[in-house]
Design a protein around this ligand. Structure first.
Ligand code: ZN
Length: 500
């Protein structure tokens, strides 16, 4: 007892004995040293950038300060569906939309465009539908399809106009093309419920997208939408389904990749300022043996050497086959293929899904998809930094797919604080009605990064996406980025001068 009182007294004396200014200096040093470790520390802002930064930071402070005073008004701590439209009206969102954001390095090809776009596709001719209890089947066909259907196949056009209420019919149909709902917290009570719906959208839309003319149109329109969102280049993941046409021809999956390349070539002709796209072959990890996938990947690489970027495996990590089960095949393929593996997209710790991160690292993955669980592994995090493996962070995806309810708790905050090799991406923006990349950048910048994280962080994240891409001529890309960035900065400063 007497000993502890003595100890407290000694501590009080020690504090009293210190000069407050010294303590404050130590505090300042600590925080400044930590700030100097943050991503973007190596960026030196020009005079114009300093002015633009002041404008951007004042807008950011306003959102955060209001949120601190009244957490109820801080949108970004809520579910994405609750605020995604509202933030679009803000000046800061509009600035980030206009910002050159570099490359998208983590996006799945059939989840890029939103439900409205898919609904429009259902107005195309020759589309049949079969309404079943759980979800509808679709098929483009010259004649009534003969494939199994629990009820009956009918032309979608006829079903729509005989429904008596086209608006209601379309609203019901649209629900199958999105995971968006009015009350997500009640509907999606756990990760499996939301993943079931998420996977169902892919299953329902597959026959719509794998109709060859739609496949090509969808990819073209996706590139257009990403370009409009100030994305210069994209590396797209695909399971590469077999395509079909009206005559009933079924194409080889290598033809699917070739059709992408043809669309890309056309797109680049139409929009020469777009830098291009590459393909990451990413089939589902539910099979026991991936040797067929590996064989296909190698063939794709030989066939399309400038278009093919590498290999990945996708699916809900907690329930699907862990990477370690495929170790033998992956080690063997390592000399021929670059890996861009999804890993650690989980809230569990010490499970196979969590430890997929270790597998990805030892397999020399070039980048890791998500790595959401990485901050629980100090050694692996250190390795990721040392080996310069980029972490593809998709904040909104992690929110809607139930890894994090409040993005202020997202591990990206730590990645940014220690200058880990991070890129911001969007995963499946069409499925939750997000804009290609602006929503993710906005949420990362305002909702996750430190209040102090400024224009340097935004610029560095965009530059990282170019640096960690597999594009051959990076210098040219960075040079073009610099030109666009300068224009962007000048426009912010000019707009403010004009309105003041
Ligand atoms: Zn993904």
């Amino acid at each position: 007892m007497w000993r502890s009182i003595g100890f407290v007294a000694l501590n009080i004396l020690t504090v009293l004995g210190r000069d407050v200014s010294e303590v404050l200096k130590e505090r300042k040093n600590l925080l400044e040293t930590e700030m100097s470790m943050m991503l973007g520390r190596d960026i030196i802002l020009s005079d114009s950038e300093i002015k633009a930064n002041e404008i951007i930071m004042n807008l950011k402070y306003e959102v955060i300060d209001n949120g601190c005073r009244d957490p109820g008004v801080f949108n970004l701590s809520k579910h994405f569906f609750e605020y995604k439209e509202e933030i679009k009206k803000t000046t800061l969102y509009k600035i980030i939309k206009a910002m050159p954001k570099g490359a998208v390095l983590h996006a799945h090809d059939t989840a890029l465009l939103d439900a409205d776009y898919i609904l429009e596709l259902t107005y195309l001719p020759d589309l049949y539908v079969c309404f079943q209890e759980e979800y509808p089947l679709f098929l483009f066909s010259e004649d009534k399809p003969r494939s199994t259907c629990d009820t009956r196949w009918q032309l979608l056009k006829e079903a729509r106009y005989s429904s008596g209420n086209v608006e209601k019919f379309d609203a019901e149909l649209r629900k199958h093309f999105t995971i968006e709902v009015d009350n997500p917290k009640a509907v999606y009570s756990n990760i499996n419920t939301v993943w079931n719906k998420f996977q169902q959208v892919f299953i329902i839309t597959e026959p719509l997208f794998s109709y060859k003319p739609v496949w090509e149109k969808y990819f073209y329109d996706s590139l257009k939408k990403f370009r409009e969102d100030n994305v210069m280049y994209i590396e797209i993941r695909s399971v590469l389904p077999q395509l079909y046409d009206l005559e009933g021809n079924i194409y080889d999956i290598k033809d699917t990749a070739v059709s992408y390349k043809n669309v890309l070539d056309q797109f680049k002709k139409d929009y020469p300022d777009f830098f291009g796209a590459k393909l990451i072959y990413a089939p589902l990890k539910f099979v026991n043996d991936i040797s067929e996938y590996i064989k296909t990947a190698k063939e794709l690489k030989n066939m399309l050497p400038t278009f093919f970027a590498g290999f990945d495996l996708v699916g809900q990590e907690d329930t699907m086959v862990p990477l370690k089960k495929y170790m033998r095949e992956l080690v063997e393929a390592e000399k021929d293929l670059d890996f861009f593996l999804h890993a650690g997209e989980t809230n569990w710790y010490g499970t196979d899904s969590d430890e997929n991160i270790a597998d990805a690292i030892v397999l020399n993955t070039k980048r890791i998809g998500h790595a959401f669980a990485l901050t629980k592994h100090p050694l692996l995090l250190k390795e990721v930094k040392k080996r310069n493996i980029a972490i593809e962070v998709n904040v909104i995806s992690n929110n809607v797919l139930k890894l994090v309810d409040d993005v202020r708790n997202h591990p990206l905050a730590t990645f940014l604080a220690i200058d880990a090799p991070v890129v911001i991406s969007c995963d499946d923006p069409g499925l939750w009605g997000a804009e290609p990349l602006t929503h993710d950048f906005y949420v990362a910048f305002v909702g996750v990064a430190s209040k102090h994280a400024d224009l340097r962080v935004l610029k560095k994240l965009a530059l990282n996406s170019l640096y960690y891409s597999t594009i051959y001529d990076k210098d040219k890309l960075v040079h073009e980025f610099d030109i666009r960035w300068t224009k962007f900065i000048d426009s912010i400063v000019r707009d403010v001068n004009a309105s003041s």
